[in-house]
Design a protein around this ligand. Structure first.
Ligand SMILES: CC(C)(COP(=O)(O)OP(=O)(O)OC[C@H]1O[C@@H](n2cnc3c(N)ncnc32)[C@H](O)[C@@H]1OP(=O)(O)O)[C@@H](O)C(=O)NCCC(=O)NCCS
Length: 180
């Protein structure tokens, strides 16, 4: 039976296969991956869609800092098995994890993606208009969502890694690059 499940360490290989299938190995060149390097995904927000042991959908979030002072979540990667795309799995994973994020006290989320799709769960270019990324980015795809009222008001600037969760220098980033 298909269901949502928190991602566990034993799922890492299947998630990696799914991301390879959906994005290809070239995904590591994306600007978003620079922000993920050396940083762990946000605990409690990595979820899967599973059916009979098959990982069919994945969502993860990374912590970022906007303008050096506003903590935020970066949604992604989000991916669904090609044969099941368009059946509501992506939306279900987003709705569930965004609700959890709100309950956990996170105030804002940003992502790089297509507004017509992500607007269905509340993301907009308008909310993300003051954002910038350290590398090539199509600004029309920089979207944001306030999880608390007014939480994107006046929020602008370069998106960077969080100050507190970066691994110490010399720590292996293997788990991270494998995970994303
Ligand atoms: C994008 C993705 C995660 C969406 O997940 P999904 O489970 O297929 O999407 P859902 O079933 O929740 O929603 C499907 C609806 O969104 C629409 N949609 C999907 N991708 C879209 C896009 N990029 N832009 C606009 N609409 C889109 C579909 O047309 C469909 O519309 P309908 O409900 O009117 O029929 C999935 O297609 C995927 O894995 N794609 C490859 C990886 C990728 O591009 N990830 C996103 C990175 S930004």
């Amino acid at each position: 039976m298909s269901h949502m499940s928190p991602e566990l360490p034993e799922h890492a290989g299947a998630v990696e296969d799914l991301l390879d299938l959906c994005f290809g190995p070239g995904r590591y060149a994306k600007t978003a991956y620079r922000l993920r390097e050396g940083v762990e995904p946000v605990e409690g927000l990595s979820w899967l869609w599973i059916d009979n042991g098959e990982v069919q959908g994945t969502i993860r979030y990374w912590p970022v800092l906007i303008g050096g002072k506003w903590p935020a979540l970066m949604l992604g990667p989000l991916a669904v098995l090609p044969r099941l795309q368009g059946t509501g799995i992506g939306r279900a994973l987003m709705r569930h994890t965004l609700d959890l994020a709100r309950e956990m006290g996170h105030e804002r989320v940003m992502l790089v993606g297509d507004e017509p799709y992500y607007a269905r769960v509340g993301f907009s270019r308008a909310a993300g208009k003051g954002l910038d990324m350290p590398g090539p980015v199509d600004h029309s795809r920089l979207l944001a969502l306030a999880l608390a009222e007014g939480a994107m008001d006046g929020v602008a600037g370069m998106i960077g890694k969080p100050l507190s969760t970066s691994k110490p220098a010399g720590a292996s980033a293997k788990g991270v690059s494998d995970a994303a």
